[in-house]
Design a protein around this ligand. Structure first.
Ligand SMILES: [Zn+2]
Length: 212
């Protein structure tokens, strides 16, 4: 896995402290590039990957309008170019010490809730964050703000991430979504739902990208 050097050092410090508190912090996901995120979102739009509701129940494409299908995807997946995982500053974490040896973290809310397998680690981390004592990390998706669903497993290294967040802009993303070359001259496939997105791009950008 890849990460920003500053975020990686801070995570090492955080996991040392977690270890003295009895937890074994592990990273399930760190850096993820544009193309990977594009593939995920396009596959969901086309129905090649499951799209689920809040309870983890599979949704059916034919039952939803284009707009509702897009909203269902954006609740759990970021548009390429807007994922915080692009920056190398954000990690999805779990507690190896709390789970059986063959356990694979699913990264679902119930694992991190009070009776969940990672509840103790999550509560410990929340205490550190509340005391501004988490090596610079915080949880950008701690509560439901009406856009992205809460992600109690997702932590962000604020000292670097906030700089990237300030540079997010729709005018940078739209040409990429249309399949035009990026500033380095590299071309990517267009977003499959770009026409649906363009019709409500400002509102979507505010709700799912800026509101964290
Ligand atoms: Zn994440």
């Amino acid at each position: 896995m890849w990460a920003h050097q500053g975020a990686a050092s801070a995570f090492t410090a955080l996991s040392r402290r977690a270890s003295t508190a009895g937890f074994d912090l592990r990273v399930a996901s760190a850096f993820r590039g544009y193309t990977r995120q594009l593939d995920i979102v396009n596959a969901k739009w086309l129905g090649h990957r499951p799209v689920q509701d809040e309870k983890g129940v599979d949704l059916h494409r034919a039952a939803l309008s284009d707009s509702d299908w897009l909203a269902a995807i954006l609740r759990f997946s970021a548009l390429p170019g807007t994922s915080r995982h692009h920056w190398g500053t954000d990690f999805d974490i779990w507690d190896r010490s709390a789970a059986p040896a063959d356990y694979r973290p699913q990264l679902i809310s119930s694992e991190y809730q009070p009776d969940g397998v990672f509840a103790e680690m999550s509560a410990w981390l929340d205490d550190q964050i509340a005391a501004d004592n988490a090596e610079g990390f915080y949880k950008p998706y701690d509560v439901d703000r009406g856009g992205v669903a809460p992600e109690p497993w997702h932590i962000s290294y604020r000292p670097v991430a906030q700089g990237y967040h300030q540079h997010l802009s729709l005018s940078h993303c739209l040409p990429l979504w249309r399949g035009h070359a990026d500033p380095a001259g590299e071309c990517h496939a267009p977003l499959q739902m770009v026409s649906v997105l363009e019709a409500q791009a400002d509102a979507i950008f505010k709700r799912y990208v800026l509101m964290t």
